[in-house]
Design a protein around this ligand. Structure first.
Ligand SMILES: C[S@@+](CC[C@H](N)C(=O)[O-])C[C@H]1O[C@@H](n2cnc3c(N)ncnc32)[C@H](O)[C@@H]1O
Length: 265
């Protein structure tokens, strides 16, 4: 596995800056925003809430959480100083704070948060169980945990058998995630970490505005070329094929996500 997010602080700064752009591109997508607000609206919002987002990246979800009803403070933590610098540049809300740090060793007092959010983080890190236990310790009793992650095993942009564009997605499934099966395993992991499930839901993302999926395909094509599986020319041809499908109205994309809400026992 070569998932750059798994050891983000060691990744070349220029790659981290590119990933910053992808994160903001995805968060700005209207269809994605609708999925995100739909699962976050299921939280039990209350006056004076304090929320922690672990693995906040450039802070797109942190900024959204800060707009929730009654929120007193939202803290975003991420090991990438480059992401946190970008988050500070983009975040203008007074009730938001960004911290450089690791989700396996949270620098916060026990039982200090009402909600902990993991938004597309646990599929990228080794030992997600460890992150859940750490989240449990900083959550108040009865506090809520919200998790949103990709059902990577189901990701597809193929419009037929043996579609070469799908190879770009397959390499990303292997090399841009630690555990493509994470969402199927989360209910058992949450129970083992001491959480009671409230609800889970599936959120199909279709890339109605294809910019984010095209960016994902392009990253996959570049990864195949970097690995020497295809030439740079073939990578360019795969990218062009995807763009041509968009122009022709033949483009298809389905990236399912799942959300889980649970309570700390
Ligand atoms: C796909 S990004 C999601 C970022 C953000 N939640 C969003 O949706 O825009 C995964 C994030 O997990 C972070 N991450 C990786 N290892 C981590 C760790 N040990 N502790 C906390 N966050 C980590 C990465 O730096 C990255 O920002």
């Amino acid at each position: 596995m070569l998932d750059p997010y798994a050891k983000i602080a060691e990744v070349d700064p220029s790659v981290q800056r590119k990933l910053s752009e992808s994160l903001e591109l995805r968060a700005a997508d209207q269809e994605m925003r609708t999925l995100v607000t739909s699962y976050l609206s299921r939280l039990n919002w209350s006056e004076g809430m304090e929320i922690l987002e672990v693995g906040c990246g450039t802070g797109a979800i942190t900024r959204l959480l800060a707009q929730g009803p009654g929120v007193r403070k939202v803290t975003g933590i991420d090991p990438s100083a480059i992401f946190i610098e970008k988050a500070n540049e983009l975040g203008e809300q007074e009730c938001v704070e960004f911290v450089v740090g690791d989700g396996r060793e949270l620098p916060f007092a026990d039982q200090s948060f009402d909600v902990v959010v993991f938004h597309t983080v646990l599929g990228h890190v080794p030992s997600p169980e460890h992150f859940l236990l750490e989240a449990k310790s900083v959550l108040k009793k009865g506090g809520q945990i919200a998790i949103f992650d990709g059902d990577y095993a189901m990701r597809s942009v193929a419009i037929g058998e043996d579609d070469p564009i799908q190879a770009c997605v397959e390499i990303m499934k292997k090399h841009n995630t630690q555990n493509p099966w994470l969402v199927r395993q989360l209910p058992a992991m949450l129970a083992a970490a001491g959480f009671t499930a409230i609800e889970s839901a599936s959120h199909p993302y279709l890339g109605k505005n294809p910019d984010y999926l095209l960016n994902y395909i392009e990253r996959g094509a570049d990864r195949l070329a970097d690995l020497g599986r295809i030439t740079k020319q073939t990578a360019a041809a795969l990218k062009e094929e995807a763009h041509q499908r968009v122009r022709d109205g033949r483009f298809f994309g389905l990236f399912p996500f799942m959300s889980f809400l649970a309570i700390s026992e």
